[in-house]
Design a binder for this molecule. Structure first.
Ligand SMILES: C[S@@+](CC[C@H](N)C(=O)[O-])C[C@H]1O[C@@H](n2cnc3c(N)ncnc32)[C@H](O)[C@@H]1O
Length: 185
């Protein structure tokens, strides 16, 4: 893929992990759109893509690909997320690249996880904000006994571990900045 789109996923080094850990999806939902570069990237990356849904709290961009649909909503509005996903899902891939606030991301996961199709993947990006003292709910790391974090994105990621034990999540792959939450086929 030689075309570059306006998304920071290149600089973050995330794209190879999507290629490795996500089977070519047909339907995608991304929360957090900005200029829409990542939505265009998904369409170019996987020829399998039939539809891409974007959700953002801010003004939505106008994008040239007819496979892309966008909705304006706050990721904390779980009823809106559920309504949009019911109308447009289920999805083979859902990405949370929005506020990176732990509580909001957790509620988003709770609202959207049921809309991940069997064998699908839910990706949480940039969870390292949970370690940033300058982030609204970031907490500087303290080498104390676990859980270490009870708030912020780091706590949100640790909460996903509970979902593995509960049997709601089939597999969890965590790397720096990204978590891949897999649903059983
Ligand atoms: C990091 S940017 C998304 C970048 C985009 N995914 C890309 O790769 O080009 C984060 C986006 O999340 C949106 N956002 C922030 N808080 C939000 C919220 N509470 N609900 C929905 N979207 C939110 C912002 O408006 C912004 O467009």
């Amino acid at each position: 893929m030689d075309q570059r789109f306006d998304t920071d996923k290149y600089e973050s080094g995330y794209i190879p992990f999507y290629v490795e850990w996500v089977r070519p999806p047909r339907r995608i939902l991304e929360v957090g759109v900005r200029k829409g570069g990542s939505l265009l990237l998904w369409c170019a990356l996987w020829p399998s893509v039939e539809s891409v849904v974007g959700i953002d709290i801010d003004e939505l961009p106008v994008l040239p690909d007819p496979r892309i649909t966008m909705f304006r909503a706050d990721q904390g509005d779980t009823l809106a997320l559920h309504r949009i996903a019911t109308e447009t899902g289920p999805f083979d891939l859902i990405i949370d690249d929005a506020s990176h606030i732990g509580e909001l991301s957790w509620h988003t996961f709770e609202a959207l996880w049921p809309h991940v199709a069997s064998g699908g993947v839910y990706v949480v990006e940039d969870w390292g904000t949970g370690y940033r003292a300058d982030w609204p709910d970031g907490a500087s790391y303290s080498p104390q006994p676990p859980p270490g974090h009870t708030a912020g994105m780091a706590a949100m990621i640790k909460r996903l571990v509970d979902e593995v034990e509960d049997g709601n999540v089939d597999r969890l792959d965590i790397i720096r900045g990204m978590a891949f939450v897999h649903k059983s086929a």
